[in-house]
Each structure stands twice: as structure tokens, then as C-alpha cells.
Design a protein around this ligand. Structure first.
Ligand code: HEC
Ligand code: HEC
Ligand code: HEC
Ligand code: HEC
Length: 437
């Protein structure tokens, strides 16, 4: 089954097979454990080293501030995590594979070195790959980044690879599913945006030597790529017979939560051009698809229109039958996969930022952000674009401040998902757009 899927992905676009690929790649070599990275002459310094390429205090930053160290495993020992596992009949959450897969570095027993501790949570090697082959050589003066990658270091700097990695826990893949049953037991809803999340608790800096070793960095590109990978991942899960369907229902976690979870008296229905669905339909959560379509409107106009047509076809096929749904999902996924490399290589320079904001607003004006999840993604998108404006030096201090105040006001309209209303969201978005001109 796994082999079959791998071959299928490989035949379409080499290097872009999503899902099980990243989990297998991270677990390809032995994980020696966080303690193996933490010596004070390695990554366990208390202060950043000035003469070194990397800060070398990564362990201290991770241990003290990073929720992957401070909260991920602890979520399973705490009362909330224990209750979720109990309701699902899983017993102790700290021994349940489904929980450990995302809340720790749950590689198989034969891939754990002597210092490996599952209770370390999402440790260095859960993101950087098993260090068995590169640990002794990667700090040598002669070691290049390419040498390290060849020995199994994971390419976290590559936005497509990074998105696949983060989403394997922050969205779920066919192999690591966060199901509606898990949500029903009380698990928080997952929401992720690559650029925003990459910079929430960083233990890295993009400086001249970084760019020399690994290439330049662009936050808008990361946002854009993250949307494409997430949209393709949604379709991968839907297309997976095991993960995409539960009995007579499709897996509900793939749908817009608020299509079902709102009071019957809300009376909020109105048409959305992006779906073409009538009232009373359960809608796929297309928030990442909507965003990726907006990305494509600046990268490849024709592809953006194709994504709109194919998304509408997918939404409407869900009311017909399973075969039509799978066919439409496959066609759309092929379009997304073909566009991802173009988006990754596109120069999101200053001139593209304003058109992106404009296209978000155009969609908003015609009612595309009726659903909370899409509005939430749009708010994170606007934040990434505004930060990129700032980093490009396009804003003086005063404009930068006034723009950020408006972005904060936009975030406030998506703060409480159960109280979300489209009107205030669109009004706040208009304010951001006006200030960015
Ligand atoms: C697909 C990956 C995935 C799976 C499977 C998963 N979780 Fe989570 N869980 C997450 C992520 C990611 C978050 C953080 C959400 C956020 O803040 O964005 C989280 C958050 C939580 C929280 C809230 C923690 C806090 O700090 O508020 C608890 C409790 C929890 N998970 C328990 C569990 C239990 C118990 C299981 C097994 C039944 C489980 N999770 C399965 C990814 C997963
Ligand atoms: C949640 C995933 C994640 C975890 C856990 C993690 N890292 Fe990272 N790390 C990243 C990302 C993303 C980057 C930035 C992209 C890049 O350059 O690879 C990075 C970059 C780095 C860099 C390179 C900075 C540079 O200038 O090239 C070092 C060194 C590093 N991490 C060490 C560690 C150590 C040590 C740990 C454990 C204490 C750790 N990381 C845990 C994701 C992670
Ligand atoms: C092995 C699974 C796993 C991987 C891989 C992973 N994360 Fe996480 N991440 C988690 C879990 C679990 C939590 C939740 C911790 C908690 O709050 O209980 C989390 C929390 C976070 C948070 C804090 C969210 C909040 O609401 O405060 C950020 C930011 C984050 N992750 C970013 C990333 C990024 C960026 C990547 C990819 C470079 C990544 N993560 C990869 C499992 C993972
Ligand atoms: C197709 C409709 C549908 C969709 C879409 C849907 N749910 Fe549900 N949800 C239900 C039903 C039905 C129940 C079971 C209610 C019961 O047990 O009485 C439920 C139960 C829940 C519960 C438990 C509520 C309780 O009273 O304990 C939570 C939490 C939940 N869903 C979260 C979500 C999240 C998060 C999403 C989106 C990722 C989502 N749901 C999408 C229909 C849906």
C-alpha cells in the first residue's frame, strides 16, 4: 500500500510526493536523542556564539521557549490529554501511538539511540532528521550543507520540504491523522500557516552567512508554498481510502467545522462563488485552496482560473457520488502539484505584495470569506505580506505602525471562531488595504 502510493506520487512529480514521504525520511536513520546535541560546545551554549555560522544556543532556546519542548509531550500527560485518550478508549495518552506520532519524536524502537528519550517531545531530530550519519561530520569546517543533506539531514530551509514536515503534525496526513473522532473527544482544532509559524519561536537567524550557505529567504514565498502544500495534502487525505472515509461518511475533519457546528437559527446562508453550492451542503474546508488560488493570481493567471473551476467542480461533485469526488480531487491535485515548483521559484518581490492584498480583498468583497477557516487563513496571509513589505524597506516607521494596528484589528475579527461574522472581517480588511497603498 505504502509502496504503491510512493510510486504513484513519484510518477507524477519527482520530489513532491506528499504524506508518508516525510515521515519515512525523518525516520530513515537512528535518532540519537536531544542530549546528543546539547553539549555546551555544540548547540547547548547559553549565549549565541559570535564567530560561528549558527548560534549554538539552539538547545537552550528550544528547551526554554519552544512549545515543541515545553508543551508537546506534556499535553499528553496533562488532564486534558489524558481525558481525550480515555474518551477514545486509548488508555494512557503517553503510550498511544496516534498521540505520540504528533506530540513526540515517535520513531520505531530500532531507530532510537542510547540517549533518546520519548519524553523530550518534538526534539531536534523530529525536524532535522536522524543524526546517525551526520552527527560526527556536520560541524567540521569542510562539511557543506549538501554533504549534510546527503547523510540524512532534512532540508528544513526548503519551503516545500518544511511545509510537508510541519503539516505532518499541524494538519495531519494519511499516516498521521487527526480525525473528527479525536476532535469530538476534545482535541483543539488545528490551524497552521507556514510563514507565521516558522517565526513564532525561532532558534535561527537569516544573516549573510545563512544566505551564502542556504540561499535567500522570502516570507511571502513561504506563505504561498505553505498554502499549496496544505491544499494538496487535503486532497491526498481525501483520496486515501483508509483516511478519507469513515463508514458511510467521508472523514468530517476535512470539512468546514462551522458548516455543521453553528446554531440552526443562525440564518447565515448566502452563495459563495468559489463553491457554487446551494444551501444545506457540508462544505470541504477549502481555506488553503482559496489562498493558493490567490497566490496563483499573481504567479500564473490561467492556472488560478483553472483552480477556481476545478475547486467548484470538486465542491459540486461531493453532492453527486464518491467516484466523481475522487476524480475531481485527483484533477485538482495534479494542477496544484504542477504549480508548486513555479510558486517556489517565483520572485515575490515588492511589486507583487500589493496585488496579493488586492486579490484577497476582491475575494472578500464577493463573499468568499463567509467561512471562518478561510478568514483565519486570510488574516495570517495579510500578516505575512505586511511583514514582507516591512522587510523590503517599503514602509517608514509611522506607516509600518499604522498598518500593524490595522492588521491587529483584522486578527481581532477572527479571534473567536464561534462568534465570527464576515461583515466586520471585510471592513477590517478594507482598512488594511487602504493603509497599504
Ligand atoms: C496530526 C497530529 C496530531 C495528533 C494525531 C494528535 N495531536 Fe494533539 N495537537 C497537535 C497539535 C499540532 C496541537 C497544537 C495545536 C495548536 O496550538 O496549534 C495539539 C494540541 C493538543 C492538546 C492541547 C495542548 C495545549 O497546550 O493546549 C492536547 C491536550 C492534545 N493535543 C492531546 C492529544 C491527544 C491525547 C492525542 C491522541 C488522541 C493527540 N493530541 C493527537 C497535533 C496532534
Ligand atoms: C519544529 C521543528 C524544529 C525543531 C524541533 C528543531 N528545529 Fe532547528 N530548525 C528548524 C527550522 C525550520 C530551521 C530554519 C530553516 C533551516 O535553516 O533549516 C532550523 C534551523 C536550525 C539550525 C540552523 C541555523 C542556520 O543558520 O543554518 C540549527 C543549528 C538548528 N536548527 C538546530 C536545532 C537543534 C539543536 C534543535 C534541538 C534542540 C532543533 N534545531 C530543533 C526546525 C526545527
Ligand atoms: C512531530 C510533530 C510536529 C512537527 C514535525 C512540528 N510540530 Fe509544531 N507543534 C507540535 C505540537 C504537538 C505542538 C503543540 C504543543 C502544545 O501547545 O501542546 C506544536 C506547536 C507549535 C507551535 C506553537 C503553536 C501555538 O499555538 O503556540 C508552533 C509555532 C509550531 N508548532 C511550529 C511548527 C513549525 C514551523 C514546524 C515545522 C518546521 C513544526 N511546528 C513542526 C508538533 C509538531
Ligand atoms: C458534517 C458535519 C460536521 C462537521 C463538518 C464537523 N462536525 Fe464536529 N460534530 C458533528 C457531529 C454530528 C458531532 C456529534 C455530536 C454528538 O455527539 O452529539 C460532532 C461533535 C464534535 C465535537 C464534540 C462536541 C461535544 O458536544 O462534545 C467537537 C469538539 C467537534 N465536533 C469539532 C469539530 C471540528 C473541530 C470540526 C472541523 C475540523 C468539525 N467538528 C466538523 C458534525 C460535524
Amino acid at each position: 500500500m505504502k509502496f504503491h502510493r510512493w510510486i504513484a506520487g513519484w510518477l507524477f512529480v519527482p520530489g513532491l510526493a506528499l504524506g508518508s514521504g516525510v515521515v519515512d525520511e525523518i525516520a530513515a536513520h537512528k535518532h540519537l536523542g536531544v542530549a546528543s546535541c546539547a553539549s555546551s560546545v555544540c548547540h547547548g551554549a547559553t549565549q549565541a556564539f559570535k564567530e560561528s555560522n549558527v548560534m549554538q544556543n539552539e538547545f537552550a532556546l528550544w528547551q526554554e521557549f519552544d512549545p515543541h519542548a515545553t508543551k508537546a509531550y506534556q499535553a499528553l500527560t496533562g488532564a486534558e490529554g489524558q481525558a481525550i485518550a480515555r474518551k477514545l478508549g486509548l488508555g494512557d495518552a503517553t503510550t498511544a501511538k496516534v498521540c505520540l506520532d504528533c506530540h513526540a519524536d515517535n520513531v520505531p524502537a530500532d531507530k532510537r539511540g542510547e540517549k533518546f528519550q520519548i519524553a523530550d517531545g518534538v526534539g531536534c531530530e523530529a525536524c532535522h532528521g536522524g543524526s546517525e550519519l551526520w552527527i560526527s561530520s556536520h560541524a567540521e569546517k569542510s562539511a557543506t550543507h549538501a554533504d549534510n543533506l546527503a547523510k540524512g539531514l532534512y532540508a528544513t530551509e526548503d519551503p516545500v520540504k518544511r511545509a510537508e514536515l510541519c503539516l505532518s503534525c499541524h494538519m495531519g496526513t494519511p499516516d498521521r491523522m487527526i480525525t473528527h473522532r479525536i476532535m469530538g473527544a476534545g482535541h483543539p482544532r488545528l490551524a497552521f500557516e507556514l510563514d507565521t509559524f516558522t517565526w513564532l519561536n525561532p532558534h535561527y537567524q537569516i544573516d549573510a552567512d545563512y544566505i551564502a550557505r542556504k540561499g535567500d529567504w522570502n516570507g511571502v514565498r513561504d506563505w504561498a508554498v505553505g498554502q499549496g502544500v496544505a491544499a494538496a495534502n487535503l486532497l491526498d487525505v481525501l483520496l486515501d481510502e483508509r483516511a478519507g472515509f469513515q463508514g458511510i461518511f467521508p472523514e468530517l475533519v476535512l470539512f468546514d467545522c462551522h458548516a455543521c457546528h453553528k446554531p440552526m437559527s443562525a440564518g447565515k446562508w448566502a452563495p459563495r462563488q468559489g463553491t457554487g453550492l446551494g444551501p444545506g451542503a457540508v462544505r470541504l474546508n477549502d481555506s488553503n485552496l482559496v489562498m493558493f488560488r490567490l497566490v496563483l493570481s499573481v504567479v500564473d493567471k490561467a492556472a488560478s482560473e483553472r483552480v477556481l473551476a476545478q475547486s467548484r467542480a470538486l465542491h459540486q461533485s461531493t453532492l453527486r457520488d464518491r467516484a466523481a469526488t475522487l476524480g475531481a480531487a485527483r484533477a485538482l491535485r495534479d494542477t496544484l502539484r504542477a504549480e508548486l515548483p513555479k510558486v517556489g521559484a517565483f520572485d515575490f518581490g515588492e511589486a507583487t505584495l500589493s496585488p496579493i492584498l488586492a486579490s484577497v480583498l476582491t475575494d472578500a468583497e464577493r463573499g468568499e470569506f463567509r467561512d471562518f477557516a478561510a478568514a483565519e487563513q486570510a488574516a495570517m496571509a495579510v500578516q505575512s505580506v505586511v511583514v514582507a513589505f516591512k522587510n523590503a524597506g517599503a514602509l517608514d516607521e509611522a506607516r509600518s505602525k499604522s498598518l500593524q494596528t490595522r492588521v491587529d484589528a483584522l486578527y481581532a475579527t477572527v479571534d473567536r471562531e464561534d462568534a465570527y461574522a464576515m461583515g466586520p472581517f471585510v471592513a477590517a480588511l478594507r482598512e488594511v488595504r487602504a493603509a497599504a497603498r
